[in-house]
Design a protein around this ligand. Structure first.
Ligand code: TYD
Length: 211
């Protein structure tokens, strides 16, 4: 099993970016070919779509429009980057993927998990990650981490109730997908989080090789 597909999920402020960088460096040093991508975005079309989605001025955007724009960016990313990379034996690491849509649009926006999962299947052609790391930090702690950081896109400016709903949504998905989603304690130092991720990746690769 050379072409692994690894995704990272978590609420806003859970520290995914640094962990993705650390895992990518670790796997590169082992000689693996790595492609790191993020959602929404990475492709030229996807980055245009991202700007529309994140812009706080777009406060009249309907939830259905929002869901379909995320799907559009994902469809482009699959076709242009993820599928070709997996076919060429790259390990792909993606910052957010299908689970983000299920929790943010399906649960957070109330569009329904079943409907979002169907849309996901359509755009991904049923390709699922082999491993998904959920960086587990409470919305309160994530908020504390962000104090003093000048950010605030359309999602970050949502209230704490929204982020709490997202957090609980992820917890539900972990229970429903025990073989794919690995919950990582993200309240510890970056090095300790990285160690948990590396150990879990090694374990998972062993299992995948045995299948
Ligand atoms: P980003 O700045 O990439 O945030 P983060 O660093 O937390 O990943 O913004 C992505 C935002 O888009 C984030 O708030 C989650 C949201 N999102 C969805 O609502 N649905 C989706 O399908 C995806 C991929 C992201």
């Amino acid at each position: 099993m050379k072409n692994k597909f690894i995704t990272f999920e978590g609420i806003d402020g859970s520290g995914k970016s640094l962990q993705i960088e650390m895992l990518a460096d670790y796997l590169s040093e082992l000689g693996e070919k790595i492609l790191v991508v993020r959602e929404p975005g990475t492709t030229v079309i996807g980055e245009h779509v991202r700007n529309i989605l994140m812009d706080k001025k777009n406060n009249t955007m309907s939830y259905k429009t929002e869901a379909l724009l995320f799907m559009a960016a994902r469809a482009q990313l699959m076709q242009e980057k993820i599928i070709p990379a997996l076919e060429n034996n790259y390990t792909v690491i993606c910052d957010r993927f299908i689970d983000s849509s299920v929790v943010y649009q399906g649960i957070g926006r109330g569009l329904g998990e079943k409907f979002i999962k169907e849309l996901n299947k359509f755009v991904t052609e049923n390709i699922e990650p082999d491993i998904t790391f959920f960086l587990d930090i409470s919305p309160q702690n994530a908020w504390l981490r962000k104090i003093g950081v000048q950010t605030s896109d359309r999602f970050e400016s949502e209230n704490i109730n929204f982020h709490q709903k997202i957090y609980l949504g992820y917890k539900k998905l972990i229970v429903e997908n025990p073989n794919r989603i690995i919950c990582i304690d993200a309240n510890v130092s970056p090095e300790e989080i990285h160690t948990q991720i590396v150990n879990a990746t090694k374990e998972k690769i062993k299992t995948l090789l045995l299948i």
